[in-house]
Structure formats: C-alpha cells, structure tokens
Design a protein around this ligand. Sequence first.
Ligand SMILES: Nc1ncnc2c1ncn2[C@@H]1O[C@H](COP(=O)(O)OP(=O)(O)OP(=O)(O)O)[C@@H](O)[C@H]1O
Length: 638
Amino acid sequence: MNGDDGVTEAGVSIAGGLKAAYALAWRACPGMLLLQLVTAVIGGMAPVGAAWLTKLALDEITVPSPRTGALVWTAAGLGALGIAMAATSAVRDYAQGRARRAIGLRSQDRLFAAVNRMSGLARLEEPRFHDRLRLAQQSAEHGPDQLVQMGLSTLQGILGVAGFLGTLVAISPLMTGAALAAAAPALIAHLTLSRRRAGLLWRTSPGMRRKIFYQMLLTDLQAAKEVRLFGLGGFLHGRMLTELRATNDAEDRLERGVVRVQVALAVLGALLSAGGLLWAVYAAATRTISVGDVSVFIASLAGLQSGLGVLVQGIAMGHQSALVFHHYLTVVGVRDDLPAPSRPRELAPLARSIELRDVWFRYGEDSPWVLRGLNLTIPHGTSLAVVGLNGAGKSTLVKLLCRFYDPQRGSVLWDGVDIRDVPVAELRQRIGAVFQDYMDYDLTAAENIGLGDLEAIDDPDRIRAAAERAGIHETVERLPDGYRTMLSRVFHAGEEDDDEETARASGVHLSGGQWQRLALARGLMRRGRDLMILDEPSSGLDAVAEAAVHDRLRELRSGSTSVLVSHRLSAVRRADRIVVVRDGQVLESGDHASLLASPGSVYAELFRTQAEGYQEDPAGGDESAPGGSGVAATMTAG
Ligand SMILES: Nc1ncnc2c1ncn2[C@@H]1O[C@H](COP(=O)(O)OP(=O)(O)OP(=O)(O)O)[C@@H](O)[C@H]1O
C-alpha cells in the first residue's frame, strides 16, 4: 500500500489525526470538550490520592496508639474522593454523549459538503474513491470522537501512571523498572496490530462493497423482477456469502494473532504482579517497609499495570482510528475534479451560439476515445437533434455541454467563452435537462417535480404548470393525496405516525412511463433557461403519450435553444438541424428534408429502416411513413 491509495504512507500519524480530531471537536462543542478534560484530570489523579490515603490510614492503624483525629480525616478524605470519582464518571458520560453527537454531526456535515464540492462525475466513477468514501463515512460517524476519547484517556492514563510511578520509585526502583520494561513490548505489539487492522479494513473494502451490492440486489424492488424471473436469488446469495466469508477469514487470521499477543502480555503482567507481591510481603515481614507501604505498593503496581495497559491500548486504538480517519481527512480535503477557473468570467445569457470545437474526449487514460475532434455549433434559438447508433457518443456530448467532464482536447464555447472559464454552478443554472437515466426520487410527487428548480419547490402553481406540460398532471391529481402523495414503497408519508395502516396506504409506486413524465416535468421546471437538453425524454412513454409530449416539447422548444437526443426519428424530424454522430464525430448535418435527399445519407438509411418497421407491406413502403405524421407512425408502433 502506498501513494494515494495507501493507508500507511508517511504523514499518517496519531499526532496528525489527533490534531485534526481535536480541532473538529473544539469547533463542534468546546464546552463539552473542556468538561471532559476536567473529568479526565480528576479521573487520573483520584486513584493515586486514594492509594496514598489508604496507606496513611493503614500506617496510623498499625502504630501502637493510633490518633483518632488523623484516622477520621483520612477516612473523610477517602469518602470525598469516592464521591468525586462517582460524580466525575457520571458527568463524563454525559459530556461524552453530547460531544459524540456534536462531533458526529460536524464531521458528517464536512464529509458530505466535500462530496458536494466535486462538481464533475469522474471522481464518483473511480472504484478506489468509493472504497475511500466508504471508510471515510465509517470514520466520520465515530472516528474523530474515538480519537478525542483516546487523547483524553491517554491524559488520564498519563496522570495516573505518573502518580503511581512516583510512588513505586519511592518504594522499589527495581519493580518500577520491571513494570515499565513490560509495557514496551506491549506498546509495540498493539501498534503493530492496529496497523494490521487498519490495513485489513482497506484491503477488505472492495469485497465489502461487492457484498453490499449483492445484498442490495437481493432486497431492491427494481431488481426483484429479474432476480425472481431468472432465479438469481441463490446465485446472488452465494456470491454475497463468498464475499462475506473472504472478509471473515481475513479477520479471523488477524484475531488469532491478537489472541496470541494478548495471552503473552497477560502472562507477563501476571508474573510481574506475583513477583512484586512476593517481594512486598517479604519486605514487610523483614520490617523493611510498613504495612501501609505494602498496601500502597500493591495498589501502585496494579494501578501502574492497568494504567500502562489502558494507555498502550488507547494509543494503539488511536493509531488505528487515525489510520482510518486518514481516509476521512483525504476525502474532506479532496479537490474538485473539475478545476475552478483562476479568473472566473461571468456567463451572460446565450446570445449567439454554443460551439464544440475540435473536442476530444475519453473517460479514462486507458479508455478508447469517445469523441474524436468533434465540431458542432448550436445557434441561439434553434433546435438541434442528435442521432446515431448505440455507443456513438450522443450522451457523452450532452454531458460535456453540462460540464460533467472536461474534454482532454478542444473546448466547449458559450458565445465564444470557454465554459471552463466560468463557475460551473453558473453554467448549470442556465441549463434545463432531462437525462436518459433520470432519477426516481422517493419523495412526494410535488417534490419530484419541484427539485428541478429548488427556488420554486414550494410553488404549487409552477409545479402544476410543469406537470401539465409534461402531461402528468391528471395522473398526479388522481393519486391518493394528489401532489402530496409519497411516491415510494421504501418510505411513506406519515412514517412517523404510529398508525401503520395509514402509513402503508400512502406509499404509491408509479409506472415507468409515469416516472419518466415526472422527470420531464422536473426538467420543464427550468423552462426558459438558455439551453434545454432532452436526452431520450420519451423512451418509456406509450405511443399516445409520446406523440403528445413531443408535440408539446416542439412548442416549448420553438424559439429556444435546445438539444434533443433520440432514437425515434419521428421525434427529431422537425428539429431545425439534425446531426448524425458516428465514431465520435459529426458525420452528417442538415434538416430532415436535406438529409433524406442526400445520396448515401446514413440518416436517410436509419430513417428508412425505422419506417419499414411501420409498414404493413414493406414492398410498398413510403419513405415518409414516420414523417407524414411522425407521431402517428410512432403511435402505430406503440
Ligand atoms: N461513465 C462512463 N465511463 C466509461 N465509459 C463510458 C461511460 N459512459 C459512456 N461510456 C462509453 O462511451 C461510449 C459512448 O457512450 P454514450 O452513452 O455517449 O453513447 P450514446 O450514443 O448516448 O449511446 P446510446 O444510444 O446507447 O444511449 C460507449 O462506448 C460507452 O461504453
């Protein structure tokens, strides 16, 4: 493991992790942090005080004439310490709980703010980044708090160990040396184990993601049809178990190592205690030390051993948390995958054209070129249709227009301004879109539409108008709760209610075409933006709906700048210009009539092929079949 993907690279240190975790905790809840600090100091010093008071009491009892006053004071002191320790523990639990929640909130806030900062898609397509993100999410929940707790318990441990150490040195320097020597191998062993644990988490992360993927397929409603029909349940179940077993085996191997180390350390500690006890009893019998000294010696040795043990384990756990927290810090500090312009330019409303100039693009350095020197101009106020075979690069072209990726060569120009020179959010503000792989949100119908323009999410008139334009208004009105109906079987309106029946009744699922119309309505919330992109906006609609939607879209597009990607040539024929994309370039360009008339035209060939599919008798086929009424042709097909 090394470089960007590694967890053990230089710079990953407990100190670095601690510093970042404390900075986060301080911003999240300074009061609770200070309270925990005070309780840690009391918790560290009180046991040493108790041991000394016990020694004083025992020494007083064993003298020929004990002083009652002194005995009462030491007993009162012990009582007060007991109360202080009990109260401290309760206060610490409270402060710890509040701090944990506040730190968790802040760390998750920062993590997802960082994820949102990535304005492109490339990073989210990297499997390695997903591994890191999974560990970062895991760490964001508890990692910083664990590091804070580790720091506090280390402080408490150090205070306790220092107190007992001083006491032991006064009684037996030899035993002190032995106790300290025993702690050194323990520290090394625990640090090695923690490094191995963190390494294991990183190595098993891809397997865990695959396991989650199989689990998701087994429970996902959308996957359920294929899973049941093709009988994939057992197959997916088996794969899930294989992944889980592989992770379990790796963990078992590690745990076996942990047991061996822990047994060895426990034996070492027990031998040390037994030796110390023998020495103390012998020394007291020969009157070298007092009975009080024996008690404080035994308490100090036990305190030192357990304190060192806690300290060593705390440091090791902190080390492990720091290694995992490193993934969190990396994600939080990750740069936007689209470089921000050094001198951002303002993006004026589109006045002349959008131009793709000699655009070369591929998804990765090892991937084939998808766009190869593509040139295309979309004049303001015109509609452009893009057609081509599967995989020709049509959706890729659309993604570059939205700047989800930057081309490796060439540029996308908005009235002559390179879109890399304007803030990406400003560009996207000017674009409305319906994507081929649109989303179904498990939200209400109104929210599903309103998400298209967050400023209008609470504006029922705008939402209704968009729904009407997309031809989904009547369907939504007929839902049990109209626009407020929750469109989900995973969540349901009234989930917080105890009345399960009401809650269950309100979860509604739409058909594929109805979802697509909702997506269309969402895109139409942005009507009036400078550029409207429609990537297969009607593929899931029935023929009647498709005809109506395309008529409506044509009306909406007229006079505005739009790009329509579609395999249904009946839908594209009225576009001002049609381009055929092949091998990453524009192969043909023109309006429907000119392309049909052009000898050897690929568009004409595609059009005739589709038209033939609609003929009763292909021999007597009329080449304008989907054209006379493109919509009618599609309807016939439907
Ligand atoms: N995210 C991605 N990562 C890697 N390769 C991709 C990605 N998206 C698309 N591709 C590849 O880019 C090529 C063009 O894909 P694109 O989706 O642009 O084609 P398309 O013309 O829209 O196809 P279709 O008509 O099937 O929708 C394909 O070979 C595809 O495998």
